[in-house]
Design a protein. Structure first.
Length: 219
C-alpha cells in the first residue's frame, strides 16, 4: 500500500515513516499542509496519516481536500487533542479514523492496515497462490512450507503480484504501490527486486515477465 505521512515534527514524522516501511508500505512524508496538498494531487494514496495541528495549512483543510479529491485515500487524523468534541469534529470533516497522541506504534500500524483494506475487495488475511502463502497479519511468506526470508520491498512486490491473481502488473504499477516518491522510474529497482524474489521463491518459477507489459504471478 502507499501511505502519506503529514506531520510537522520532522523526527516524529520520519520515525513513523521508517516504521511503516518495515511493513512493506511505500511511504511519502510531508512536514506541512501545503506539501500534502501537492502530493495528494499527484499520487494515488491508500491512507493519509494526517496531523491535525499543522503550522501552515491546517490539517482540517488538508482533510477536506482529500475528501473533495474523490480518490480512494482514507484519512487517519492524528492530534494531541483527545476529548470527544475534537474527535467528533475531526470525523465530521471526513476523516475515516482518529488517533490521539501519544499512541502505541502497533496501534497506528493496525489502523493504517484496516483503513487500506477498505479500499480493496475483501481478501482473507492469508493469501494462498500456487503453494505460496502470504500471512498478512504476521507479515510472513512461505512456499510449500518453506519460510521465505523476504526484504520489505520483496514482500511488497510479492503482495501486489499475488493480489493481481494472475493478471499482468506493469512496472509503473509496482513502482506506485511498492516504492515511494523518491524512486527513480528509470532505474532497474523493480527488475532487481523481481530477480531476487524469483531466486528466493525457487523453482519452478512463479513470476513471469510479459514483454512490454510487466509481470504476472502464476504457474
Amino acid at each position: 500500500m502507499r501511505v502519506l505521512v503529514v506531520e510537522d515534527e520532522r523526527l516524529f514524522a520520519d520515525s513513523i515513516a521508517e516504521g511503516l516501511r518495515k511493513f512493506a508500505m511505500a511511504v511519502d512524508v510531508c512536514y506541512g499542509g501545503e506539501c500534502a496538498l501537492e502530493r495528494i494531487g499527484v499520487h494515488d494514496y491508500d491512507v493519509v496519516v494526517l496531523d491535525r495541528d499543522l503550522p501552515d495549512v491546517p490539517g482540517d483543510q488538508v482533510c477536506a481536500a482529500v475528501v473533495a479529491d474523490g480518490g480512494r485515500a482514507r484519512v487517519l487524523m492524528v492530534t494531541a487533542a483527545g476529548d470527544v468534541a475534537d474527535r467528533v469534529a475531526g470525523l465530521s470533516l471526513g476523516a475515516d479514523d482518529y488517533l490521539t497522541k501519544p499512541f502505541a506504534f502497533s496501534e497506528l500500524v493496525a489502523r493504517v492496515q484496516a483503513l487500506a483494506r477498505r479500499n480493496r475487495p475483501a481478501l482473507p488475511p492469508v493469501l494462498q497462490r500456487h503453494g505460496v502463502v502470504l500471512d498478512l497479519p504476521r507479515h510472513q511468506a512461505s512456499r510449500d512450507g518453506r519460510f521465505l526470508p523476504l526484504s520489505p520491498k520483496e514482500y511488497a512486490v510479492l503482495q501486489v503480484l499475488m493480489r493481481a491473481d494472475g493478471t499482468v502488473v506493469s512496472v509503473e504499477s509496482l513502482l506506485e504501490r511498492a516504492w515511494d516518491e523518491h524512486a527513480d522510474p528509470f532505474t532497474n529497482a523493480v527488475r532487481m527486486a523481481v530477480m531476487t524474489l524469483r531466486r528466493k521463491l525457487g523453482d519452478p518459477s512463479l513470476i513471469h515477465t510479459v514483454p512490454g507489459a510487466g509481470y504476472r504471478f502464476g504457474a
